[in-house]
Design a protein around this ligand. Sequence first.
Ligand code: DWN
Ligand code: SAH
Length: 413
Amino acid sequence: MILRTNNCRLCDQDIKSIISFGKMPIANGFIDKKDLDSEYFYNLEVAFCTNCSLFQLIEMPDPKILFNQNYAYHSGQSKFMQSHFKDIAKMLINKYNLKINQFCVEIGNNDGGIVEYLNELGYNHLGVDPSTNVYNIAKSKGINVLNDYFSFDVAKKISKDYKKADFILAANALSHIPDLQSVFSGIENLLSDDGIFITEDPYLIDILKKISYDQIYDEHVYIFSLTSMQNICSKFGLELFDVEHTNSAGGSLRCFIAKKGAYNKTNNYNFFFDYENKLNLLNNKIYVDFNRSCKKSKEELLKLLKSLTNKNKTICGYSASAKNTTIYNYCGIGTEYIKFLTDTTPIKQNKLSPGMHIPIYDYKYFNENLPDYCFLGAWNLKEEILNKEKNNFSTKGKWISHVPHVHILNDTL
Ligand code: DWN
Ligand code: SAH
């Protein structure tokens, strides 16, 4: 089932498509050859609400098609994400003086998440994730988990079965939940009177500036800014009082949210508020320019791949990230340019990439078939990957990245 709207999911105002990336398969829909006939497609189009400034998808598949027993993204594959989650757990302990008997709930903790570290340190916690395969991994680590979609009903159940939450946490999860009414009224219900909800997702301004249009895909139904997040909060008796910019997911906005009036707004909040106001995110020209830049990025990437292929250079994609589904399908990049993708996640291996059907192999295969060039699909993990490859692929081949513009890394660093 496809969920389509012509009205803003927050304020119901009419919205119009501002950018169309065309027909798209499920971003994490890595597929077996035998299932190709039933591959699922939707239209990837984004809109910007001129009333509440929420950047959102017009069409998306039902979340049940995306998040289930076969969810292909496993956070545990990245050391960077592990240390990022550990740092958030440390922040709760050091900055907020987290007590053992306080209760932390994480939305979308995947195969571990922040609650993995809270569990290791003996703190009271609960993770909520609907994707059964990653839930099972988290459970096998001894983490307290609930296999469900966070919603108003689930929040009420948690309040009843456990207690009100002192902290609710979410990393790259809120942007994945289309029903704002259910999720935010759930958060308001579950949060204790002085509780804090800490959530981070890819930041709209980073995406616009880095032309990282690949962050736009079915799971990211929203791309938040401080302005849109504050508008959402104000509808549900909540208030955004502090923000931080983090380098996770290619540049994210971490929002600190509480019941209205519970905390004073910080200098950081005021700084970002002024910054966004100066950028004037309601100006349509920003999105017209972004659309033009996406088209230019596509043309330049195709030009580079064509020219390398004409010189008989071999190219592979390093990682089969969800972001790459948007790039490969929007640009029309298949095996004529990229021979294979390599990814460490077992569930993605020996499958085909969504839509363009590039084969995906494990790290052993990559090592035995080192190409001349690697497209850095997980550019957000550039430091981790380049460090891992410094005595291996990087000694023999070159990296291609499209962020913030199409370039060959070793030629420009
Ligand atoms: O928001 C989301 C983010 C947090 O994760 C989800 N909607 C889905 C997912 O997005 P993604 O797939 O674009 O995430 P990454 O972090 O760019 O994916 C990295 C991929 O690279 C993973 O499949 C693991 C793989 N990998 C690898 O093959 N070798 C990663 C490292 C570090 C490596 O050395
Ligand atoms: N927090 C992890 C995982 C991000 S992927 C990280 O930052 O790496 C998004 C996760 O959100 C998936 O594990 C998915 O199953 C989960 N998710 C999607 N909808 C959800 C919902 N309604 N409630 C809780 N989790 C949800």
